[in-house]
Design a protein around this ligand. Structure first.
Ligand SMILES: *[C@@H]1O[C@H](CO)[C@@H](O)[C@H](O)[C@H]1NC(C)=O
Length: 192
């Protein structure tokens, strides 16, 4: 390689930006969830929001929630999260607190099942009445996270980032929190 070519190439690389962390589009891609329907059972792969996954599990095995060994909240290991949630509106209209709370409950009910997001992209892990929770992989590979950990992070974002000015529709919450493992949880508006 001629020296001038080498210099030209290294100059080009200076101007190629590092891959930016993705931020969630309004719709996102469906979440992929993997885990047994009941403890000890075979793994089942499902796609959809937490609300849709809960409905699918209800069909596959009515009463599955009573057979879970680990239900509800998981302690959020805050040392793996960067600082505190960043509260700002990403989308157009924002998410409403009461709909986000029901999404958090669904994510917590999914327990230790793995909720996934594709490489450098975002999945819509929960969506109800236009209020959504997204999980984005900031890495070049897909990620999966225990669903209730996303529920715990969303709870913290909700607690920190709810705007206490009452509106006709309720209280709005918008924010994001980045985990040091290369993913970010977002609360914003969504299509549903
Ligand atoms: C909270 O909501 C009110 C009413 O919509 C708005 O005027 C205000 O700017 C918001 N505050 C923040 C910090 O976003």
């Amino acid at each position: 390689m001629k020296l001038s070519t080498a210099i030209a190439l290294s100059l080009i690389s200076l101007f190629v930006p590092a891959l930016a962390a993705p931020s969630p589009a309004f719709s996102g891609v469906p979440m992929h969830v993997s885990g047994p329907v009941v403890p000890g059972g075979p793994n089942v792969e499902l796609d959809g929001t937490a609300e849709e996954i809960v409905a699918k599990l209800d069909k596959l095995h009515p009463g599955w929630q009573k057979e879970q060994t680990t239900t509800g909240k998981r302690s959020l290991e805050t040392r793996y999260w960067r600082g505190t949630p960043k509260c700002e509106r990403i989308g157009g209209n924002g998410a409403l607190e009461h709909h986000i709370q029901s999404g958090i409950n669904h994510l917590n009910n999914l327990g230790e099942r793995q909720c996934g997001a594709p490489a450098r992209d975002c999945s819509r892990v929960s969506c109800s009445h236009g209020s959504a929770i997204f999980l984005c992989s900031n890495r070049d590979h897909p990620i999966s996270v225990p669903c209730n950990r996303i529920g715990g992070a969303a709870q913290r974002i909700k607690d920190d980032c709810t705007n206490r000015t009452f509106t006709f529709f309720g209280y709005y919450v918008d924010g994001q929190w980045e985990n040091t493992d290369g993913y970010t949880v977002y609360i914003r508006d969504g299509v549903c």
